[in-house]
Write a protein that binds this ligand. Structure first.
Ligand SMILES: [Fe+2]
Length: 274
């Protein structure tokens, strides 16, 4: 059996200067609640953090800041969020998000994570967890891809495990319908991985991937391709209806004997099982 807790899109940072559906100022208390709950109740084998741990400072008041200062402030916020999550009594595996890497070099993140690359894999319980890095096609672009080298690594990594595989990324690998999405309706190039069909082809042909998870879209969604569920998890700090009600979303995932149970807790609950 494998039990996981997933949290994503905390967007740690100062409160937004103008009203926003990102309740950035709640990232710290809500992450602290999450860590307490994980340690006292959920007790998973691992926590997966699917990216956008921070809200980059350039999004708001940092627009006129020297880039070196913005980058230092982002890294400081990242370290604060990372340190809080490090209070989990189980391993925590991190995914790089677009806001995390807007001003911070991915190499700085991998030194914090202690991984050789921003994409890597680990065995957790009876499962194999693969962390992908959906990176900008060019600096400061909202369009991301999984570059060829990483795709070849994925192919080899999937071939080398006999465990059921869980894929994690920040952007979605699915052709999900964006109708009604607060942030990305009409903007697939800003939330779906550009070469997602190529990545899905590698995943489908491996034959051992059970599920893929991502964040970034600030909603819950399941879209199946090749019989595999591609599941988007709601953001921890998304204001769900404009009334400053945070989603407080995190997912509990159980995998046992080929059975998959995914339950998103909080103010925007969601359940998937197969
Ligand atoms: Fe994102």
């Amino acid at each position: 059996m494998t039990k996981l807790a997933i949290v994503t899109d905390a967007h740690w940072g100062p409160a937004k200067p103008i009203k926003s559906r990102k309740l950035t100022q709640l990232a710290e208390p809500l992450l602290a609640d999450f860590v307490r709950h994980v340690n006292n109740q959920v007790k998973p084998d691992a926590v997966l953090q699917l990216g956008d741990l921070i809200e980059d400072i350039m999004s708001d008041e940092g627009q006129n800041m020297p880039s070196s200062l913005a980058s230092a402030l982002d890294l400081d916020n990242y370290l604060q969020g990372w340190t809080l999550l490090d209070g989990c009594k189980c391993p925590v595996y991190h995914v790089a998000g677009n806001h995390d890497t807007w001003m911070v070099d991915p190499d700085a993140l991998t030194s914090v994570w202690n991984t050789p690359e921003a994409y890597y894999s680990v065995d957790v319980g009876d499962a194999h967890v693969v962390i992908l890095y959906t990176q900008s096609i060019e600096p400061q672009s909202m369009t991301t891809h999984v570059p060829h080298e990483q795709l070849m690594w994925l192919k080899d990594d999937l071939a080398a495990t006999d465990k059921p595989v869980i894929i994690c990324s920040h952007y979605s690998l699915a052709d999900q319908d964006l109708t009604g999405n607060y942030w990305f309706e009409g903007l697939p190039q800003e939330c779906l991985v550009q070469n997602r069909a190529d990545v899905r082809a590698v995943i489908a042909s491996a034959g051992n991937v059970m599920v893929a998870f991502n964040g970034h879209l600030h909603w819950n969604n399941v879209t199946e391709h090749d019989g595999i569920p591609y599941i988007t998890i709601q953001s921890l700090t998304q204001d769900i209806d404009g009334s400053e009600t945070p989603a407080k979303a995190y997912a509990e995932v159980t995998i046992k004997d080929g059975f998959l149970w995914v339950e998103v807790m909080g103010n925007d609950p969601f359940l998937y099982q197969r």
